[in-house]
Design a protein around this ligand. Structure first.
Ligand SMILES: Cc1ncc(COP(=O)(O)O)c(C=O)c1O
Length: 458
C-alpha cells in the first residue's frame, strides 16, 4: 500500500504478494527467510597467555584460523551468483599500501591537517565520473562514499536541504536504503507503483504529483533496480514533472545508479544519465561492477547544492559535507587503479560480455522450462525461486517472494553458469518428482509471458 492524497506519510508495510505454493507465505504476509544466527559459529577472541610470545602458540593458532578462513573465501567466491559484485580483480600492486592508515576525513577538495590521505587519487576519480556524467569540473562536488547506500543517503539529504518541505517520491521497487533515508530524515515519502518490468509507472507518478502540487518534489530515479535491474525512464520522469506543473526550481532528482549507473554508459543505445538534464545527484557503488576488495561508492552532485549542506570545521581544517566523518582513503586508490587499467574501452568490453552471458543464462533457463526474465539493458536474470534454501545459500542467490536472481558480473563465466544450471536442473527434478510440489507461478512478479508455471506455459 502506498500513501496518497494531500497527507502523505511513509508507508513501509510489506505489500501482500500473490500467493504461491504457500511455502514462502505466512498468514497472507510474506515470510522472510533469514540467514543463520552467527553466534553459533563465531570466532571468539582468545586473550593471549603471558608466555605466548615465547611459545608462539597464539601465532600458530591465528595462522590456522586465517588459512581456513581463506579457503572458505575461495570456495564462497567460486559459488557466488546472487549479488552484484564483480569478484574478479588483482590489486597486488597496492598491497604495499596496507601498512598505512589512509583517511580522507573532511572534504575531498580541501586538504585537512591529517596528512596520510589520498585526496589526489580521490579527486582524479571524481573528475573521471564528472566527465562521464557530463558536468564541468567547477560545477560539481562529490566524494568517494562507503557504499551505494551512503550515496543515496547523501543525495536524498541534499534534496531535502534544497527543499526542506519536499516530498520524497520513489518507486516501490527502489532499494531499501531510499526508504531508510525517508525514515532517518523524517521525510514524507510516497511509494510509486511499478510496471511488471520493475520500472516506475509514470502514470501513477503523475497522479501522485498532481495530488501534492503544493509541495516540492524530491525524486529517487532508479538506474537499475535491485531485484529486476529495471531502469526508470529519466526523460519520462522529467516530462511528467513538467506536465504536472513542476518547474525546475520545484523538484530535485537523485539518480540511484548503484550497479547499473556504471554499466549503462557503456551500453549502446541506452538512455543517458547526464547533468545536462535537470538532475541533482548521481550515486554508484564502487565494489559492484568495478570490483573492489572493500565496499565503496561515488557520489556526484552540483556545487550549487552542496553549500547548503556544508560547514567549515576548525578541528579538521576542512569542510564537512559528507555523511561519515573518517573516510576510507584506500578505496579511492583502488578505484583510480582500475579506471587507469581498464578505462572506458575496458568497461565497454566487460559490459558487453555481462549482457551476452545474461542472455545465455536466461535462454538456457527457459529452454529447461524454468520461468525467467531479463530486462532490456540489464544483466540481472530473474527466475523462479529455488525450493531448497540450502541450494540458495550454496549459490548465494538473492531472493524476494517467489523470485530469485543472478546478477551476471564480469567474473561470471559461461562455465560457472553451466555448473549452476546443471545443478539447478538436477535439483528441480527431485523437488518436483512426485508432483506434490509444482514450480511457483511468477506471473505476478515478472509477467505472464515470462512465467512457465503449469497455468502459463502456453
Ligand atoms: C539500486 C540499489 N541502490 C542502492 C544499493 C545499495 O548499495 P550498497 O550495497 O553499495 O550500499 C543497491 C545494492 O544492491 C542497489 O541495488
Amino acid at each position: 500500500m502506498s500513501s496518497s492524497g494531500s497527507d502523505p506519510s511513509v508507508v513501509l508495510a510489506d505489500e501482500p504478494l500473490p500467493t504461491s505454493n504457500g511455502f514462502h507465505y505466512c498468514g497472507g504476509k510474506r515470510e522472510v527467510v533469514l540467514g543463520r544466527n552467527l553466534h553459533t559459529s563465531c570466532l571468539s577472541v582468545t586473550e593471549p597467555e603471558a608466555n605466548d610470545d615465547a611459545t608462539g602458540d597464539m601465532d600458530a593458532y591465528m595462522a590456522g584460523v586465517l588459512a581456513r578462513y581463506r579457503n572458505t573465501l575461495v570456495d564462497r567466491t567460486q559459488h557466488h551468483l546472487g549479488y552484484p559484485y564483480n569478484l574478479d580483480f588483482d590489486y597486488g600492486a597496492l598491497a604495499q599500501l596496507q601498512h598505512f592508515s589512509i583517511n580522507n576525513l573532511g572534504d575531498p577538495f580541501i586538504e585537512s591537517n591529517y596528512g596520510v590521505h589520498s585526496r589526489q587519487f580521490e579527486v582524479g576519480v571524481l573528475d573521471w565520473f564528472a566527465h562521464l556524467w557530463e558536468i564541468e569540473k567547477n560545477d560539481y562536488w562529490g566524494y568517494i562514499t562507503n557504499c551505494g547506500t551512503e550515496g543515496n543517503l547523501h543525495g536524498i539529504l541534499v534534496g531535502r536541504e534544497v527543499f526542506p518541505d519536499g516530498i520524497l517520491y520513489a518507486s516501490r521497487e527502489s532499494h531499501y536504503s531510499v526508504f531508510k533515508a525517508a525514515r532517518m530524515y523524517r521525510m514524507d515519502c510516497i511509494k510509486v507503483g511499478t510496471h511488471v518490468s520493475g520500472e516506475i509507472d509514470c502514470t501513477d507518478l503523475k497522479a501522485r504529483l498532481l495530488a501534492n502540487k503544493d509541495k516540492p518534489a524530491i525524486l529517487n530515479v532508479n538506474i537499475g533496480t535491485t531485484v529486476k535491474g529495471a531502469v526508470d525512464d529519466l526523460d519520462l520522469v522529467i516530462q511528467t514533472l513538467e506536465e504536472c506543473g513542476f518547474p525546475r526550481d520545484r523538484f530535485y532528482i537523485h539518480c540511484d545508479g548503484a550497479l547499473f549507473g556504471l554499466m549503462m554508459p557503456f551500453v549502446k543505445r541506452a538512455p543517458k544519465v547526464s547533468f545536462k538534464k535537470p538532475i541533482g545527484s548521481v550515486s554508484v557503488s564502487g565494489h559492484k561492477f568495478v570490483g573492489c576488495p572493500m565496499p565503496c561508492g561515488v557520489q556526484i552532485t552540483r556545487m550549487q547544492h552542496i553549500n547548503a549542506l556544508s560547514r567549515n570545521v576548525e578541528y579538521l581544517a576542512s569542510r564537512d559535507a559528507t555523511i561519515m566523518g573518517s573516510r576510507n582513503g584506500h578505496a579511492p586508490i583502488f578505484l583510480w587503479y582500475t579506471l587507469n587499467r581498464k578505462g572506458y574501452k575496458g568497461f565497454q568490453k566487460e559490459v558487453q560480455k555481462c549482457i551476452r552471458n545474461a542472455h545465455y543464462l536466461k535462454d538456457r533457463l527457459r529452454d529447461a522450462g524454468i520461468s525467467a526474465m531479463l530486462n532490456e539493458l540489464s544483466s540481472t536474470v530473474v527466475f523462479e525461486r529455488p525450493m531448497d534454501e540450502e541450494f540458495v545459500r550454496r549459490w548465494q542467490l538473492a531472493c524476494e517472494g517467489n523470485i530469485a536472481h543472478v546478477v551476471v558480473m564480469p567474473n561470471v563465466t559461461i562455465k560457472k553458469l553451466d555448473d549452476f544450471l546443471n545443478e539447478l536442473i538436477e535439483k528441480r527434478s527431485t523437488w518436483f518428482a512426485n508432483g506434490k510440489l509444482t514450480p511457483p507461478c511468477v506471473a505476478g512478479e515478472v509477467g505472464r509471458e515470462s512465467c512457465l508455471c503449469s497455468q502459463h506455459k502456453g
